[in-house]
Design a protein around this ligand. Sequence first.
Ligand SMILES: O=S(=O)(O)O[C@H]1C[C@H](O)[C@@H](O)[C@@H]1CO
Length: 616
Amino acid sequence: VTVTVSATASHSIPTTLWGQMFEDISSGDGGLYAERERNFERRPLISAKSVHPVLQNRAFQQVTPGSSAALNAWQAVNGATISVIKETTPVSSALPNALHVTVPSGKSGQVGFLNTGYSGIKITAKSTYTASFYYRFPTSSSFSGSVLISLQATSGQVFGSASIQLSGSQTTWKQVSVSITPSTSASSTSNVFSVTVDGGSAAGQTINFAMFSLFPPTFKNRQNGMRADIAEALAEMGPSFFRLPGGNNLEGQTAATRWQWNATVGPILSRPGRVGDWGYANTDGLGLFEYLNWCEDVGMQPIMAINFVVGDPTKSAAAALRSSLGHPEPFTLNFVEVGNEDNFAASTYTYRWHDFVTALKAQFPNIHFIATSIAFNPVLSPVPTEYDVHVYQSPTWFAQNSFYYDGFQRNGTKYFEGEYAAISTNASNLFGAIGTGRFTFPTMQGSAGEAAFMTGLERNSDIVFAASYAPLLGHVINNQWTPNLLAFDAGNVYRSTSFYVQKLFSLNRGDSYIPSTLPSKTGTLFWSVVRKTSGNQIIIKVSNTAASAATLTFVLPFNTVSSTGTAQVLTGAGTASNTPTNPNLIVPVTGNITTGKTFNYNAPAVSVSVLTFTAS
Ligand SMILES: O=S(=O)(O)O[C@H]1C[C@H](O)[C@@H](O)[C@@H]1CO
């Protein structure tokens, strides 16, 4: 095919075009949020995997004392009696439950309890782990002894430990905190966090514990921050926005369980947590302030919820709270989305949209409010300036719908392709379980389809201002959705073929779109041409979704074109995926290509290529 490239740009490309959508869907607690003690009863909505009986959270939030779920993750050690109780004097009003531990008589050696982490705990030598908990003796006693806090293998090998004094006269809550720096790394993630006392000297003692925490080093060493390996993988994509806190997890299964920003900020002790939309308790340790600091750390703008974010501390209590937490300046906030996928509730959305936007626009005139119903159906007032469009489909659908926005009216309305992914080859049962065509991990065919679709988003970026694959992150064992852009477990994060497509587009942005011969709507070969003014670069993205290679002849109108350029190529078998057992099966390969005023490029079968060269 011959692709004749125009000499002049059609439009500038919005700086917000490529970004990330996030919600806690087996991805926050135990995932992006660095707290290691995150485990809770999970009831998967989509049993994408055999879900192991999973573990419970650090502060026994949203569990029923005495229920089997309340203790799942915590195991007694050497004969201690442990239970979750409703405390008569809780550690805080937000955290009513506590772990009640009785040391039996006649036991020698260490007696106590342990937590088995988020399906394991990664232990890295020389990393400093900060462990803390609160304790109190419900009845004053003469006990005075040490408690041993240790990181050890299930086999018993101790990687690091620290001890601290407990006093039986401490009948009010007291927080203790230790740092543990293992000298050797664990060879697997089958490790535990244990808290024990000497069975002899502590015989007969009863102690209550609450609000456990175990933090490894975090991304940019933020207090209560993000897990470094996952955060680094996300930052590697160079995203320009971060949609939060959902997705479904914004709205709650009931009004009472909706996400409420003010329950997610301030001291961890004051955060009750909530049962999220995906069937498990969110600790809300990853709360609005952590999200906003994360956006600043990565250079993303949030797409989201309000005054706390941008208000004036001298006029708004919420803004004053933000200031008191260490951020007197307003955060950047240009977009707030009202709801999520409210095409499912269009009848009530008309008044909800009206009431939210009328009130908020009056107070925050510079913020753009994004509607989540079908574009212009129903008619909304005020008329939305942006709509959030979601699509989960097959690889073929994406390849055949790269012209989805070409026919949209240019009436000033802008579009946010807020969630999209190739998830199954079964067009008649897209959301089915694994084994019915549903992907466990993105496949190269799906990723090439997404890339084809993304060339269309770039061509239509005069009205598409932002786009993000969803979901962003998912645990490889305990999850409610597959595929995810990144998968992770206690030890590692896994970069999918779709991750590399998102990264290739995001790191090779232009600032203006250059029209060229249009691909065939029903073809298998797709491209987009952009100019990056700094460096006089022309960047051509090519997706070949066919099972055979295809040659493109580019004809350029520029006076001078470099004779060589670079090609970053992602290619592999269509059904292939990067998996935990073969995480780097398909990765981008960079090479040189011959370029010029006219040049040929041979796109491999099932491939995504980014060609970069200079021209002026
Ligand atoms: O079950 S769905 O509604 O399809 O869930 C999807 C759509 C929703 O916005 C998001 O939270 C989720 C997966 O990314």
